[in-house]
Design a protein. Sequence first.
Length: 359
Amino acid sequence: MTVAQTENLNIIAQDHMPSPEEVKAQVPLTDAATATVLEGRRALQAILDREDPRLFVVVGPCSIHDPVAGLDYARRLKALADELSDTLMLVMRVYFEKPRTATGWKGYINDPYMNDSFRIDEGMQKARQFLLDVNEVGLPCATEALDPIAPQYYGDLIAWTAIGARTAESQTHREMASGLSTPVGFKNGTDGSLDAAINGIVSAANRHSFLGINGQGRSAILRTRGNPYGHVVLRGGGGRPNYDTVSVNLAEKALAKAKLAQNVVVDCSHANSWKNPEYQPLVLRDVVHQIREGNRSVVGAMIESFIEAGNQSIPTDLSQLKYGCSVTDACVSWETTVDMLRHARDILRTTLPTRTSPQ
């Protein structure tokens, strides 16, 4: 009797992937990077605990595709971070994984050579190297946790993590967030509702046990203690922004009802700017105005920013790529970024130190 094959019917290959420990051995953590990570996490926790009155801002390219331009941006951002550090805490947005609505480039880890070769093994090593370089510049890093295995490879180099609008409702991502070593921002759903984010924060604050991998790459049962630093990120959705005063107030009430800290981060991009980078400065100005007028819940903001404004398609000839310009969502330019953040600092430098936390 012939036994029919019942598994791997649509798998055409299973290539070797180095374990997290092997990748970390190739790109080991340094003392300088460790100090940046730990100080970044401590500062973010202090802001969320209302022990530090500053506003934190996650700012950087929609996605990393060119590590040279990315590091160029990081060095500029570090100088600006030092300049504004009395009022703003800047964290560099370092996104390697891109959730696609249908198809498209999935990011630097998945396809580092942007040619559909999908050298994930090399992409992971390159991503870790880039994070190490940015942390050694002295900038803490933020990323989106999309693949549940990826944090084992570079989570030691991350200070802040986002759970995206498409995955905030996912049990897998809520369990993962419960074990992450960073504060975690849950974005509202693509329809604009807060339920997935609120429930995600509650879930991630509790203990979980789930299937994953350990440092040796072996299957393991991961048991977590729960993450107490979950918070909501308003990114708009359902055909409307949600950074306005009414939307923020509704978010405060939803958090209070769930007995959660009223910590709100506003994403100036995505649906809040109708994916038009020209509107990001207007969103930030509105948020800054709300804080000046008495808002006590907004603790952070997110900005999609790169060296050059806008975005570009990925050409067949990669030598034709425009330096420092996004290949995913459109960004504001470096000059606009500087203007946005300096303006925010000028207005908030006397307001934030006197702001009290929500009741």
